[in-house]
Design a protein around this ligand. Structure first.
Ligand code: GLC
Length: 479
């Protein structure tokens, strides 16, 4: 049987450029799927950002160029490729759109990713294959599924392509005013109904309508987004299309995140040598100006500093939490409100709080490998990876039972589950969970048992990659 080709279309991917969890998934799921099946081959395509050119200039190979039409524009599109960790990556080049310092946050992001999405179809003749399945992620590539359905399914060569759309976070929908349709993406008003929602263009809505299948990054989130609280206005759409929305929990790359080999740690350890982890804690306390004390529980927050991560609860409860014997490390960047608050806490509690405003994978690994607890009180959490990464490093998660956190962290309950869990979005509930965690920490034997248990839990992609493969097969079967 001929090998089936799957093309991942993403705006970010680990080892190239990363601002959040999407890049983790794009960087590890293709490898996992390719690892379990020869019948399917996943490759990845993304924009050629400035940082990628800088990092991989010598490895990138130019494949060819073409002209892409986007409404009235005719735009240069170069295609590059390189192989990394056995995966074939392709890159769409257009200096005007992508040779910039930041990958998002520009006034013309809509146009930039519309160009990227449109160029995918023009790139097939250059990359040398037409995918059987296109698998897109979040609003940046949602237009691919829309173009496929509206424009290209009518074209003989592309008519057979199936499309899968993964929602990593329904909060970011790709919303633009109505002129976007005609002027930027070149879709005329006949199709407006598909991409219009509440008087605006909404790309996530369009992708849900146009895709053959939709996934969310956890089963719980698939259910949550049919309710108004979590759907950010799209609940009517997710309810109508509920049958084609499937939740598959993300995994993590357990080689990339491995305390036994991680070079960022002062000392490596496994579940059997877990006592060594204390040396990392000592090193971290020393380098982060925290009081040297191995008996005091060290809690970390490793997160984008944005509201849906539940940081209001942390800000509100900070004084209350600091009444306990604890130290806190915060690593992340985002809204200046939270950045300022957490920096203020560091000034207010010298030796007890350390705030680092950065997105830094290596530093995050060092922190996972040195702390006792991870706090993740999210208001909404499509999947969440930090709780799984923390567990892999024996760092016990304290989470709100929402989305993927609900699916991956079961309440400790005297040894049953792998973390501390609270339900309501309430500061006092969060603080009670933290106190419960500290209580257990003071019972060294039980705490160690829990650390070992979570380190042994399988958070790899094994199970989820099989589920994706199953979906790919279903899509092909229905061809
Ligand atoms: C988004 C979500 C997060 C998820 C990640 C990867 O960043 O907010 O919950 O883990 O995507 O799917």
């Amino acid at each position: 049987m001929k090998q089936k080709q799957v093309l991942f279309v993403v705006a970010e991917c680990q080892k190239f450029v990363q601002t959040g969890g999407l890049a983790d998934v794009a960087g590890s799921l293709p490898k996992a799927v390719n690892g379990i099946s020869r019948a399917y081959k996943v490759r990845v395509i993304m924009p050629l950002y400035r940082t990628i050119i800088k990092k991989y200039e010598k490895k990138l190979k130019f494949l060819g160029s073409t002209t892409v039409s986007l409404a009235w524009r005719h735009l240069y599109c170069g295609v590059y490729t390189m192989k990394l960790d056995k995966i074939d990556y392709y890159f769409i080049d257009n200096k005007y759109y992508f040779d910039r310092d930041e990958i998002y946050g520009h006034y013309d992001d809509g146009e930039r990713f519309a160009f990227f999405s449109k160029s995918i179809f023009d790139s097939f003749s250059i990359i040398g294959f037409i995918p059987d399945i296109i698998h897109t992620h979040d609003w940046h590539s949602a237009l691919v599924n829309i173009y496929l359905d509206i424009l290209y399914k009518k074209n003989g060569r592309f008519a057979e392509i199936k499309s899968l759309f993964t929602i990593h976070n329904i909060q970011y929908q790709g919303i633009f005013d109505l002129s976007f349709s005609d002027d930027i993406i070149g879709i005329d008003s006949t199709y407006c109904e598909i991409i219009e929602y509440n008087g605006l263009i909404n790309l996530i809505k369009g992708a849900i309508v146009c895709s053959d299948l939709v996934t969310t990054v956890s089963p719980r989130y698939a259910r949550e987004i049919t309710t108004a609280y979590y759907a950010h206005g799209l609940e009517n759409i997710t309810r109508i299309y509920n049958k084609k929305i499937v939740g598959i929990t993300n995994g993590i790359d357990i080689e990339f995140y491995n305390p036994a080999t991680d070079e960022n740690l002062a000392v490596n350890y496994t579940d059997e040598t877990i006592e060594h982890k204390q040396q990392n804690k000592a090193a971290l306390q020393a380098s982060f100006n925290l009081n040297p004390n191995l008996d005091i529980p060290l809690i970390c927050i490793i997160s984008r500093l944005v509201a849906h991560k539940g940081l209001d609860l942390v800000v509100d409860q900070f004084e209350e939490i600091m009444k306990e014997k604890v130290q806190i490390v915060i690593l992340g960047k985002g809204d200046s409100y939270y950045q300022d608050k957490f920096q203020e806490f560091m000034r207010r509690y010298p030796g007890r709080v350390c705030t680092l405003i950065a997105f830094d994978i290596n530093l995050s690994k060092k922190i996972y490998g040195s702390c006792d607890f991870l706090l993740m009180p999210s208001k909404a959490e499509p999947c969440g990876l930090s709780q799984m990464i923390a567990s892999r490093y024996g760092t016990v998660p304290i989470v709100r039972a929402v989305g993927g956190l609900y699916d991956t962290v079961k309440p400790y309950n005297d040894g049953e589950g792998g973390g501390f869990v609270f339900k309501e979005y309430s500061g006092s509930e969060m603080t009670s969970a933290i106190k419960e965690a500290i209580n257990l920490y003071n019972n060294k034997d039980k705490y160690q048992e829990l650390m070992k248990k979570i380190m042994r839990t399988d958070f790899s992609w094994n199970v989820s990659a099989k589920s994706y493969l199953q979906l790919y097969k279903e899509l092909i079967k229905n061809k």
